[in-house]
Design a protein around this ligand. Structure first.
Ligand SMILES: N[C@@H]1[C@@H](O)[C@H](O)[C@@H](COP(=O)(O)O)O[C@@H]1O
Length: 243
């Protein structure tokens, strides 16, 4: 595992964007990108848009697969992850929108939707580079503590801690959906390369726990240490409990 220590979230975003940009360039855009939402990767998307424009680079061949989506929020809902991805990234680059995929949290049959999404990723050849954030309880995607490492895309009930953490994006905590569809740990681990971003002092405990290396389903991110190609980019605020 390659751990890169950076000063702040700006430097983290620049490093992550450079890494993704170079992967897209070396594959001439023939790349399946796994993407994440939340506050942490927002700067990475901004940097990636800047780089793409400055280099006048086309990424029309890239396909994207997001980790997760809330159940019951339409794509017009500003809190849906589809809306987040469109506004923060897809509307500003030339990846055709038909090549951008998220689980459909409005599907009538949610179990079928999970199986469809898992198969969609497989049928497209799998994910080449997966971008990840981490929840303060160690969740990745929406795989909460206790999720079996063997899970593929599935329906989850959000932990109270996660609902509280994500309430800042909603008018009121009662509006935070209680369910989501997420790629499972097994789906994430099939990505050929993983880039984990950790930023801010509210992630310091999670980072310290991650680095202590105990493999446990109670701390979902711990599985990443068993993946052969992981880069962690962590800023000073998140790393400060390691000193
Ligand atoms: N499902 C997302 C995760 O993919 C994300 O990593 C986490 C942390 O978000 P933030 O980066 O805003 O702290 O929040 C959500 O729960």
């Amino acid at each position: 595992m390659n751990v890169i220590y950076v000063k702040d979230s700006k430097e983290m975003s620049e490093k992550a964007a450079s890494l993704l940009f170079s992967r897209m360039k070396t594959t001439e855009g023939q790349l399946n990108l796994g993407l994440a939402t939340g506050g942490t990767p927002q700067g990475t998307y901004e940097e990636l848009i800047k780089k793409t424009r400055a280099a006048n680079q086309s990424f029309a061949q890239v396909k994207t697969f997001n980790l997760d989506e809330y159940v019951g929020l339409s794509e017009e809902n500003h809190q849906s992850y589809r809306y987040y991805m469109n506004t923060h990234f897809f509307n500003h680059i030339d990846i055709p929108i038909e090549q951008t995929f998220l689980p459909n949290g409005m599907a009538l049959n949610l179990e079928e939707e999970c199986a469809r999404y898992e198969q969609l990723i497989i049928d497209n050849g799998g994910i080449d580079v997966q971008l990840l954030g981490i929840g303060s309880n160690g969740h990745i995607g929406f795989n909460e503590p206790g999720t079996p490492f063997s899970e593929e895309t599935h329906l989850v009930k959000l932990a109270q801690e996660t609902k509280e953490a994500n309430a800042r994006y909603f008018n009121d905590q009662s509006e935070v959906p209680s369910q989501a569809i997420t790629m499972g740990i097994a789906s994430i681990m099939r990505a050929k390369e993983i880039v984990l971003l950790i930023s801010g002092e509210n992630k310091a405990d999670a980072f310290a726990k991650f680095m202590n290396g105990t493999l446990s389903e109670q701390f979902p991110a711990s599985i990443l240490e068993t993946h052969e190609n992981v880069t962690v980019i962590v800023d000073e605020a998140a790393a400060n409990k390691m000193n």
